[in-house]
Design a protein. Structure first.
Length: 230
């Protein structure tokens, strides 16, 4: 099925992954090439280790709310291949579930984006996905940046975004690509994958003649820039 971490990639809003890479993973192709490198594995390890820390800090900053972990996966009642692994459910003082919590960590280079309220779209789409599956239409994204800066943002279910954009894209990906074994279109984030699959030192250096009039292209570009400014 399709979990929350793959939604942003499939929808084209994850700069580090793509629909094609998720497709390869779901269909069992290029498993070796898709393995995270050492740096990525270290980052994921510490992200997992710090998840309880982020959840505990959320409780401290929100008196009356309690975080509960569910060690299981959830499946949509209406679309059986849509899955969710929620970090934490948030309960009020009466024990009623009032929302979901997504815990994130980031390095200090991302501080300016989080400080400006720029939640990465892939995270936003992930939480929207969890809200659709669980039917819980409120959530929080909390991120510990650089190990010493904590950000918390409220998220509410965007019915129009999910039902009119995200859900049709996921259905098309699953039914038209995964089930039919048809590769989705490539995205800019596929660059690293292709560099792994097709190393530059294996490319034959043969002369290539370009017949395009680049002067004409340059003029078209300058004209388009002027029209854009106008």
């Amino acid at each position: 099925g399709i979990g929350g971490s793959g939604v942003g990639s499939i929808c084209g809003v994850n700069p580090w992954s793509s629909a094609l890479q998720v497709y390869f993973n779901k269909t069992g192709q290029f498993q070796e090439e898709r393995k995270p490198d050492d740096v990525s594995q270290e980052r994921m390890h510490w992200g997992h280790m710090l998840e309880p820390v982020v959840a505990d800090e959320f409780e401290l900053r929100n008196p009356g709310l309690k975080c509960v972990e569910a060690n299981c996966s959830f499946k949509s009642n209406t679309v059986d291949y849509l899955l969710a692994n929620v970090d934490r459910f948030v309960l009020d003082e009466e024990g009623k579930v009032v929302g979901i919590l997504e815990c994130k960590t980031a390095n200090s280079m991302m501080a300016s984006e989080w400080d400006a309220g720029e939640i990465p779209l892939s995270y936003y789409y992930q939480v929207q996905h969890y809200m659709f599956i669980t039917g819980i239409h409120r959530g929080w994204i909390c991120c510990l940046v650089g190990g010493n800066k904590f950000y918390q943002y409220d998220i509410f279910f965007d019915t129009d975004l999910y039902t009119n954009m995200i859900l049709p894209t996921l259905k098309s990906f699953w039914n038209d690509n995964v089930l039919k074994l048809t590769e989705p279109e490539t995205q800019t984030s596929d660059n690293d994958l292709f560099n792994t699959l097709f190393p530059a030192d294996e490319i034959k250096e043969e002369p290539l003649t370009l017949e395009t009039n680049f002067d004409s292209i340059g003029q078209q570009y300058l004209q388009a820039k002027q029209e854009e400014r106008a």
